[in-house]
Design a protein around this ligand. Structure first.
Ligand code: HDD
Length: 716
C-alpha cells in the first residue's frame, strides 16, 4: 500500500520532470498521503481504526440522550487537535498563495558567479514561489492596493536559496531598524483595528510624511503596480543589493529581476475595489486556474551587475533599497526562466508552512552592506522560530533536496533521527567534519572593513526625491492619472487635516501639477510653487507600458459570452471556438444556469446550451472581456435585464474589450451611451474605443474581437 500511495502522489508534471530534476516533488511524495486512497480508513492520530467519528461516547437512556463521557479518547483527540489547528499568521505578508515550478538557465553567468544554479545550463532547479499581499490578514482580499510579495525558494543542489522579493523594485525605508514602524503605521490602527488591508488611513500617510525616504516607494504603491490583474502578470524584484562572486574570487553587486512573459497588467481601481468584495480570492483562483489549464506562467530571470570597483560611480548609493538601478546605467541581463507548473496538494503544509530567509544563499551568492538587507537577514530566521518552531527547516516544504548533516540537535518537533555517539565538532572520530572549498563549502568573501561604530547613513542615502521624479516622469499619461486618482482616494480617507495637508506639500517635491491636482481633490492647500524643480528625466522599464508581452496574447484571459433564449448560434459558436483556439477561457453567461435555446432551436427536442454561470452569480469585473452575439429575441430579453445592461456599461467603464454582432450592436450602443464611439451599421467590422461591432456574423469580426481583447486597457 505504501508504494501505491507514493506512486499516486506522483502526478504527470512530476513524472515529466523525472529523476534528479523532480528532486523536490519526489521528496515530498515520500511524506504525502492520499485521502482518496480506496484503502484508507479513519484512524486516531495514534493509528487505531475508528468506527464512528460522528457521535461522542455517551451514557444514554431509552431516548438515546444522556451525558457525554470525558473518557472518549477519540472525541477528545479530535477536539484537542482542532483547538490547536492555527499557527500565528505571518506578521506581514499573511495573505498569500503559492505553487511549484522549475528554474532553468539559458545563459551561464559564470563570468560573475560560481553558483551552480546560475552557471549550469543543464540544470532544472525545482522552485516554490509564494505570492502575497503585505498588510492584510490571512483572510483579507486579494485585490487590495498593496505591494505584492514574490518569494522564491530555489531547491538547489548546494542548498536552498531564497529570493524574498516584491513586485515593486524599491522599499519604504533604508534601514531595517525602521521596519516595525513602517508596518505598524500601515497595519490597522491600534485603537480600533481599522482599516483592514488598506493604506488609506491617517497613520500610514503620517508615516510617509515623517519619512521623506519613503517618497519613491509610496509613489509606486499609488501606481497601477499595486493593483495587479494577476500574480502571473507582475514583475518580481529581489529589491536589495546582493553580491555574486566568481571562481576567480571577484565580487560584483547584483540585483535580481523577474519579468513575466504575459506582460505587466493591472486592474483599474474601481475593478479592484469591487472584486475585493465580489471575489476576495480572485488572484488565488486565477493562478490555480491557469496552472490547472496547463497555461504555466513564466518569467524571464535577469541580473543587473555592477563590478565591485564601480560601486561609487553613481549619484545614488547602490546599497540604498529606496533606489532603482536605471536600466540605461545598468542594463538587465536576462539569463534564465522561471516557470510555475504545479499547484500544491495541501495549502497549510505547503503554502502556509513554507518559510523564507533572505540569509539563505548558496556558494557564489552573498550579501552586501545594504542596511535593509542586513537587518532582514536577522529577522526572517527569527520570525520562523515563533511561527513554526526551531525545527522549521525539517518541514517537508522547507527541506533542502541536498544532504543536510550537522551537530544542531533537539528542540520541539525534531523529526530527524541522527545516529552516532557525538554531537559536536571536532570529535575523536572526525565524524561530520566541515567541508573544504573544493567540496563545495560556502566561502565568505574576505571583505576588508575598517570604520567606527556609529548610527549613521551615507551622504547619498539622504537624497530622496530624484528617483521619485524619475518614476513619475516615466509613467504614461493614463498611469499618471491613476496615481492622481489613487492619492486622491487614499488621502480622502485620512480625516486628520495635518496628515493630508502635509502630504500635499510633500507632493510638490515630485511634481507641481501632481501636487495641485491631488490638493484640489482632497482639501489640501493648492500649492503655487514646487519645492524643487522637476528634473524632467525619464528612464525605461519603470512604466508598465514598457512590459507589453513580446507577442500579444489572449491566452488565459476570461471572456464572458452573454446569451439568452433566441441567441444567434453561428456567432456564439464561432466566437467561442475562436477564443478557445487562441487559448482564452470563454464562459457562457445566461439569465439562468439551465439550458438556453438558440434561435430556431426547438425547446422540446433541442439540447440547448447550459451556461457556466447566470447573470446574478457573476459580475463583469471577473472577466477581461465580453462578447454578445445577436439574435432578436435574446437581445430583447437582455435589454430588459438590468444586470446585463450594467455588465456592458461597467465593462466599458473598465476599458475592456467588448464585442457584439447583429442585434447586439444596438444593445451595446445603447448601453455604452457614448457619442464618441463608432458602431457598425452595415456589413463592415468596426473597432472603436475597445468596442468591436459587426452587423453581420463574419469570421473577421471574431478575429477583431480577439485582437482587441488582447490588450484593450493597454491599447486605450
Ligand atoms: Fe519582509 C515576510 C519581502 C523588508 C521582515 N517579506 C516577507 C515576505 C516577503 C517579503 C515577500 C513573505 C515571504 C513569504 O511568502 O513567506 N520584505 C520583503 C522585501 C523587503 C522586506 C522585498 C524589502 C526589501 N522584511 C523586510 C524588513 C524586515 C522584514 C526590513 C525586517 C527587518 N518580512 C519580514 C518578516 C516576514 C517577512 C517579519 C514575515 C513572515 C516571514 O518573514 O516569514 O520576517
Amino acid at each position: 500500500m505504501a508504494s501505491q500511495i507514493l506512486s499516486s502522489g506522483l502526478d504527470k508534471a512530476q513524472q515529466a520532470m523525472g529523476g534528479e530534476k523532480g528532486a523536490k516533488l519526489n521528496q515530498l511524495a515520500s511524506v504525502t498521503k492520499d485521502v482518496h486512497d480506496k484503502n484508507a480508513r479513519i484512524t486516531s492520530d495514534y493509528g487505531v481504526k475508528q468506527s464512528n467519528t460522528d457521535d461522542w461516547l455517551k451514557v444514554v437512556n431509552e431516548d438515546k440522550t444522556g451525558p457525554m463521557l470525558l473518557e472518549d479518547p477519540f472525541a477528545r483527540e479530535k477536539i484537542h487537535r482542532f483547538d490547536h489547528e492555527r499557527i500565528p499568521e505571518r506578521v506581514v505578508h499573511a495573505r498569500g498563495t503559492g505553487a511549484f515550478g522549475k528554474f532553468t538557465l539559458f545563459e551561464s553567468a559564470a563570468d560573475v558567479t560560481s553558483a551552480g544554479v546560475l552557471t549550469d545550463t543543464s540544470r532544472e532547479t525545482p522552485v516554490f514561489l509564494r505570492f502575497s499581499t503585505v498588510l492584510g490578514s490571512r483572510g483579507s482580499a486579494d485585490t487590495v492596493r498593496d505591494v505584492r510579495g514574490f518569494a522564491v525558494k530555489f531547491y538547489t543542489q548546494e542548498g536552498n536559496w531564497d529570493i524574498v522579493g516584491n513586485n515593486i523594485p524599491v522599499f519604504f525605508i533604508q534601514d531595517a531598524i525602521k521596519f516595525p514602524d513602517v508596518i505598524h503605521a500601515g497595519k490597522p490602527e491600534p485603537h480600533n483595528e481599522v482599516p483592514q488591508a488598506q493604506t488609506a488611513h491617517n497613520n500610514f500617510w503620517d508615516f510617509q510624511f515623517m519619512h521623506p525616504e519613503a517618497t519613491h516607494m509610496f509613489l509606486w504603491t499609488q501606481s497601477d503596480r499595486a493593483i495587479p490583474r494577476s500574480y502571473r502578470m507582475m514583475q518580481g524584484f529581489g529589491v536589495n543589493t546582493f553580491t555574486l562572486t566568481n571562481s576567480k574570487g571577484e565580487r560584483h553587486f547584483v540585483k535580481f529581476i523577474f519579468t513575466p512573459e504575459l506582460g505587466v497588467h493591472s486592474f483599474v481601481w474601481d475593478e479592484a475595489l469591487k472584486l475585493a468584495g465580489q471575489d476576495p480570492d480572485f488572484h488565488r483562483k486565477d493562478l490555480w486556474e491557469a496552472i490547472e489549464n496547463g497555461a504555466y506562467p513564466k518569467w524571464k530571470f535577469g541580473i543587473q551587475v555592477i563590478p565591485e570597483a564601480n560601486e561609487q560611480d553613481f549619484d545614488f548609493d547602490i546599497l540604498d533599497a529606496t533606489k532603482v538601478w536605471p536600466e540605461e546605467l545598468v542594463p538587465i541581463r536576462y539569463i534564465g526562466q522561471l516557470e510555475l507548473n504545479r499547484n500544491v496538494d495541501e495549502f497549510f503544509t505547503q503554502t502556509e508552512q513554507v518559510a523564507f530567509c533572505t540569509s539563505h544563499v548558496v556558494p557564489g551568492i552573498g550579501f552586501s552592506d545594504d542596511p535593509l538587507l542586513q537587518g532582514r537577514n536577522f529577522s526572517y530566521f527569527d520570525t520562523q522560530l515563533s511561527r513554526l518552531g526551531v525545527n522549521w527547516q525539517e518541514l517537508p516544504i522547507n527541506k533542502p533536496v541536498c544532504p543536510v548533516m550537522n551537530h544542531n540537535r533537539d528542540g520541539a518537533m525534531r523529526h530527524t533521527i541522527t545516529k552516532g555517539t557525538v554531537n559536536y565538532w571536532p570529535n575523536r572520530f572526525e565524524s561530520c567534519p566541515p567541508a573544504a572549498p573544493q567540496e563545495g563549502a560556502y566561502v565568505d568573501y574576505p571583505e576588508k572593513i575598517a570604520g567606527i561604530k556609529a548610527r549613521m547613513r551615507s551622504k547619498k542615502f539622504k537624497e530622496h526625491f530624484n528617483q521619485a521624479q524619475l518614476f513619475y516622469n516615466s509613467l504614461s499619461p493614463p498611469e499618471k492619472a491613476h496615481v492622481v486618482g489613487a492619492l486622491s482616494f487614499e488621502l480622502d480617507h485620512c480625516e486628520d487635516p495635518v496628515v493630508y495637508k502635509r502630504m500635499c506639500e510633500r507632493l510638490t517635491e515630485i511634481d507641481l501639477e501632481l501636487a495641485q491636482q491631488v490638493a484640489e481633490m482632497v482639501g489640501g492647500d493648492v500649492p503655487q510653487n514646487a519645492s524643487r524643480p522637476n528634473h524632467g528625466k525619464k528612464a525605461k522599464g519603470l512604466s508598465q507600458m514598457d512590459y507589453m508581452p513580446e507577442k500579444p496574447t489572449i491566452a488565459t484571459r476570461r471572456v464572458a459570452i452573454i446569451i439568452a433564449d433566441g441567441y444567434n448560434p453561428l456567432a456564439y459558436n464561432g466566437v467561442k471556438a475562436a477564443l478557445s483556439a487562441a487559448g482564452a477561457l470563454p464562459f457562457t453567461i445566461g439569465p439562468r444556469r439551465n439550458p438556453i435555446f438558440a434561435a430556431g432551436e426547438d425547446k422540446g427536442s433541442g439540447k440547448g446550451v447550459t451556461p457556466d454561470h447566470h447573470l446574478e452569480g457573476m459580475r463583469s469585473t471577473m472577466f477581461d472581456s465580453v462578447f454578445i452575439p445577436g439574435g432578436a429575441k435574446s437581445i430583447e430579453t437582455l435589454r430588459k435585464n438590468g444586470r446585463a445592461l450594467h455588465w456592458v456599461r461597467e465593462a466599458f467603464g473598465h476599458l475592456k474589450a467588448i464585442g457584439a454582432t447583429g442585434e447586439a450592436v444596438s444593445f451595446v450602443r445603447d448601453a455604452c451611451q457614448l457619442p464618441g464611439i463608432a458602431f457598425s451599421n452595415s456589413g463592415e467590422v468596426v473597432s472603436s474605443y475597445g468596442v468591436v461591432t459587426a452587423e453581420h456574423v463574419h469570421p473577421e469580426s471574431f478575429k477583431e474581437v480577439i485582437q482587441m481583447a488582447k490588450g484593450a486597457k493597454d491599447f486605450i
